[in-house]
Structures are given as structure tokens and as C-alpha cells.
Design a protein around this ligand. Sequence first.
Ligand code: KMT
Ligand code: NI
Length: 181
Amino acid sequence: MRAYYFDNVPGDQRLPHDSQRPVSEETLKGLGILHWRIPIDTPGGWEPVIDDVARERGYKNRDTINVSKEGLGDLYEAKLKIFFEEHMHEDEEIRYILSGAGFFDIREHPSDEWIRVNILAGDLLVVPAGVYHRFTLDESNKIQALRLFKEEPKWTPHVRGVETEANPFRVEYVNSLKSVS
Ligand code: KMT
Ligand code: NI
């Protein structure tokens, strides 16, 4: 995982768009973004480690998503468009990358700058409820990820707008940032 400010230069979303301004794990943590590095080739396997994190954080269920032309078929273009539209969820978005790579863009609050998080196989990323974000594949055009969730997945994307500003999950997130600073 590597994080940096997005350069805001128009062009292909799958390119790195690296402004050369790095973002530390501390900064990400301050925004509530959690990250663990669990190499796929961990001795004993990655799965027991994921099981531990899942137990600790109450993630009871999981499935895998294959974001690629082969994996999504006719839905490929439409899904990619939805993933890249700035949105929030009313629950955490938890992804453990099994193969491939991609970018999660996280909206920093209150600067409103995009932080680009480059995730690779072995990265476990938790994006809290209420965080504005978007996702894109990189130029390799494929990523396979484990999606973890507590009960029923609440993956409905709420596209950023006047309504999301008043969404209780957004309000709670913004307040949580105020209380730590
Ligand atoms: C999402 O909800 O944005 C995704 O599942 C993206 C692909 S998983 C890295
Ligand atoms: Ni999302």
C-alpha cells in the first residue's frame, strides 16, 4: 500500500495520478482508514490472520469479487463507472486484496483533497461508514478481493450530494474527526 495526494490532472483514471506528495499511515489513521499488510504468502497462510481480524472486528461473512472484464462480463463498464463515482456507505467497506491492484481514492476531511491509496495483493483496507471515496482499477485492469461484512452487506453507494451531507452516518463520521483533533 502506498498513499499520496491525487494530482487532479485530467486523464485516464487508471494512471497513477501521483502528485509526489506522500500521505502517511498516520494521516490515513486520523481519517479512520485502517490498513493491515497480510502477505498472501504468509507462513501458515493469510486466511488464519484474516480470520483473527474478522473475529476481533465482528465480520461474520465474506465473499470474493473479481473486478475484471472476465469477472463482471456485461456489467464491467457500468460497475466501473459506479465504483468511480464519489460516494459513501452506511457501513464499513472492507477489502482484502487477493490479486491484482487498484486505487481507492479517499476524500480527506476537511481539506476535500483526494488521497489516492494504491492497494496490492496482501493489503487489507477498511474504509469507515460515511467516508467519501471512489475506486478504480489500474492499467492491469483486474483485481480480485475478499469482501468482509458483519451481517447483511450494506454496499448501496450514496453518491455525494446535499443528502449525504445530512446522512447520519456521514454526520457521525465528521463528528468523530472533530473529537480526535
Ligand atoms: C467497491 O465497492 O468499490 C469495490 O468493491 C471495488 C472493488 S474491490 C477492491
Ligand atoms: Ni464504496
